[in-house]
Design a protein around this ligand. Structure first.
Ligand code: VTB
Length: 347
């Protein structure tokens, strides 16, 4: 990115982007149509993204160019309303988006749906394939205390020691899936408490890195793209993620016919420059960028962010914006006024 000032200004531009996606998807909350909720979030995000003064490129998005009409991998975004001369000065930015994380959560009106993105200088975010990823996420006090390959009990012991409490006082958050049967049993056997969630391991990972949420670790298999965005958040929050790609149907607890064959996955990984599919990724491998911006806006109420509220004269959104350089974590409560000069703003 050109300079620090540019990065800070972009952070606020990206805030407008996640706010817009959150507002549009929140309008559809509870309608039971996850595809529609996602679609309106994507459209809103794409539209506002184009007004951001940058030469942006989507590295994690809605899929390949031929599968997604907007925010597809490789799509160039930003700078839409500026002249070519102005655009030549804009920073080059790679962007990972999840316009609606938790489409089901939004469709059902359940907690923790968010609109989210991460940005970095070119090459600052891993171009992860859209397959599964095993993850362990912890906060700043537990950095260096966990090992994704170690037994669950050992990790929990180390987390407890770092947090100065007993294992029984820990809560692990995990997607509620059959593939996690053993993981859940291991956590239970170790004595820790567990919170099973139906969707949304990205916002869950973030809550594991923020003290006061009463979540101390995220464990288990979710999406790889979400893992990269989580890593971007960890860089800003001083947390840690360790991760490994997963494609084996036995580990995923699904029928072989439900996932692409191993050879197809390997070919795809190679084409993305990933030669060792078994490698362990840490925070910096997933988000190597030096200048990272992370922005998320609550769609439905959640552990960290409130959902969008609608009232006569406008809407109110709640977001978090963080950058690696500024060392600021901003929780932003925005009132979007629509009702003209007589609109009443409620605190
Ligand atoms: C994962 C997780 C996401 O969807 O991708 C999950 O990372 C899908 O897992 O946060 P399944 O295929 O087992 O349903 C989310 O939960 C987003 O909704």
């Amino acid at each position: 990115m050109a300079n620090l000032t540019a990065e800070r200004e972009l952070a606020l531009d990206f805030l407008r982007v996640t706010e817009a996606a959150a507002i549009e998807s929140a309008k559809t909350m509870g309608q039971g149509d996850r595809k529609h909720s996602d679609h309106v979030a994507v459209e809103a995000m794409r539209k506002v993204m184009d007004s951001v003064p940058m030469n942006g490129r989507i590295v994690i998005g809605e899929g390949e160019r031929d599968e997604a009409p907007m925010l597809y991998i490789g799509e160039e975004v930003g700078g839409g309303m500026f002249s070519d001369e102005a655009r030549a000065e804009f920073p080059e930015v790679d962007i990972a988006v999840d316009p609606l994380e938790g489409t089901n959560l939004c469709a059902l009106g359940a907690n923790n749906a968010i609109a989210v993105l991460a940005a970095a200088e070119r090459g600052g975010l891993l171009n992860a394939p859209d397959i599964y990823m095993d993850k362990i996420v912890v906060g700043p006090s537990c950095r260096g205390a966990v090992d994704i390959d170690a037994p669950v009990k050992d990790n929990l012991k180390n987390i407890a020691r770092r947090l100065g409490r007993d294992i029984d006082d820990l809560t692990v958050i995990c997607l509620d899936r059959p593939r996690h049967r053993k993981l859940v049993q291991d956590v239970r056997d170790s004595g820790a408490r567990i919170r099973l969630i139906s969707d949304g391991d990205l916002s869950a990972g973030i809550s594991a890195a923020v003290a006061g949420t009463n979540i101390h670790a995220l464990m288990g298999i979710g999406g790889a793209p979400e893992g990269v965005i989580t890593a971007a958040a960890m860089k800003c929050l001083n947390g840690e993620i360790q991760a490994k790609l997963v494609w084996d149907p036995d580990r995923l607890g699904v029928d072989r016919s439900k996932v692409p064959a191993a050879e197809i996955v390997m070919e795809r990984l190679r084409s993305m420059g990933i030669n060792d599919p078994n490698r362990l990724y840490d925070t910096n491998d997933l988000a190597p960028g030096k200048k990272i911006i992370f922005a998320a806006t609550g769609v439905t109420d959640g552990a960290l962010l409130r959902g969008v509220r609608f009232f006569g004269a406008g809407k109110r959104t709640h977001s978090v914006v963080m950058t690696t350089d500024s060392r600021h974590i901003r929780f932003v409560d925005t009132v979007h006024v629509e009702g003209g000069p007589d609109a009443v703003i409620r605190f």
